[in-house]
Design a binder for this molecule. Structure first.
Ligand code: ZN
Length: 350
């Protein structure tokens, strides 16, 4: 189905490119984004791979000696401590500034609505939705949320894996599931309610299971921007069948995470995982959530990628694999971009 000259456009539910640019020094962010030897995402690779838009995450990393685990199962890493509000806010302001600078330099287009995104992508611009992974930069009075909204923020994960005043995240644990304790705090319920009022998506990737159901009980569509099928890879970050079904029933979307440890049935960060596993997860997610609710959430620049898809320049190899697996042209277009874009059309107001 795929014409060699015309890549199928891809809209990605999650990347950490801004974190990588921030760690490399904000002054050079635009240069690093034009072309990067080691990054999973830059403009050149995006053009080659048909990578046309994405949720770009802002993320204040743990400080001190925290190291990502080696993902050799079984594992159960302690969560990093809570990050103080003032420290998180400083990092998030700097990272939002990087996104604004990339927009000003014409390297991407920061979009606030589905219509803006469609227009940017139609003009050949890389469309960006500003996401924040972990809400440490928001205090209990939620005032910084209003400011970040004005700066373009349209999606929030109340927690990354460490706890916040809003809720609890899942640890790096395999085998496990997200059923590990209490759900959203009262402050977390207030945050979700304020997000619903402003028109900010609430992302449940990294939230524990009770928090996931709390978001659904608040009447919001259930969205997991970068999570996989627990029945195939039973780690704490992946979603049970009941969660996948609820995402579809609520009109939400789940984005397939390309991180090797979330794909591998044994939970290992095994670089040799192949497209057969991508297809296994996608097929299962479609069976449970429906074909309008499944998309991509790569975790580029935030997780170890498999050799078959080392960066966004190779996205069309995945398209070819889906084609070979018999997904069909219409379903491939939905998974690659249309499901996210339809969701953004109905979710983001001006
Ligand atoms: Zn994440």
């Amino acid at each position: 189905m795929k014409s060699e000259s015309q890549p199928v456009p891809v809209f990605d539910g999650h990347n950490d490119a801004i974190l990588r640019l921030w760690m490399g020094g904000g002054q050079t962010a635009s240069d690093q984004f034009r072309s990067s030897a080691t990054g999973h995402i830059d403009l050149k690779k995006a053009h080659t791979g048909g990578y046309s838009g994405a949720f770009f995450a802002l993320f204040a990393p743990p400080h001190g000696a925290f190291k990502m685990p080696a993902f050799q199962p079984p594992y159960d890493e302690p969560l990093p401590p809570e990050l103080p509000y003032d420290q998180a806010l400083q990092v998030i302001i700097e990272q939002a500034g990087i996104l604004a600078r990339l927009d000003r330099d014409g390297l991407l287009k920061l979009c606030r609505t589905g219509a803006e995104l469609r227009s940017a992508m139609a003009n050949g611009q890389l469309g960006a939705i500003m996401h924040m992974e972990g809400a440490e930069a928001i205090g209990p009075d939620l005032t910084s949320l209003d400011l970040l909204y004005e700066a373009g923020l349209r999606s929030i994960g109340p927690v990354w894996s460490r706890p916040t005043i809003f809720g609890h995240g899942v640890p790096f644990r395999y085998p496990s599931d997200g059923d590990i304790g209490a759900g959203l705090t009262d402050a977390g319920k207030g945050l979700v309610s304020r997000c619903a009022t402003l028109g900010i998506i609430v992302d449940t990737s990294h939230l524990n299971m009770a928090g996931f159901w709390d978001v659904g009980d608040a009447g919001l569509p259930l969205v997991a921007t970068h999570s996989n099928a627990h029945s195939i890879s039973p780690g704490a970050r992946n979603l049970t069948d009941a969660q996948l079904r609820a995402i579809g029933d609520s009109g939400g979307v789940v984005g397939l995470n390309f991180g090797t440890m979330f794909l591998d049935p044994g939970g290992r960060a095994d670089p040799s995982v192949g497209f057969d596993l991508f297809i296994k997860h996608l097929s299962h997610m479609i069976d449970l959530a429906g074909e309008d609710a499944v998309a991509f959430g790569s975790d580029f620049d935030g997780a170890p990628m498999p050799q078959c898809l080392p960066d966004c320049g190779r996205m069309q190899s995945l398209v070819t694999a889906l084609d070979g697996a018999g997904f069909g042209a219409d379903l491939i277009k939905k998974i690659c971009a249309e499901n996210w874009m339809a969701f953004l059309d109905r979710t983001l107001h001006t």
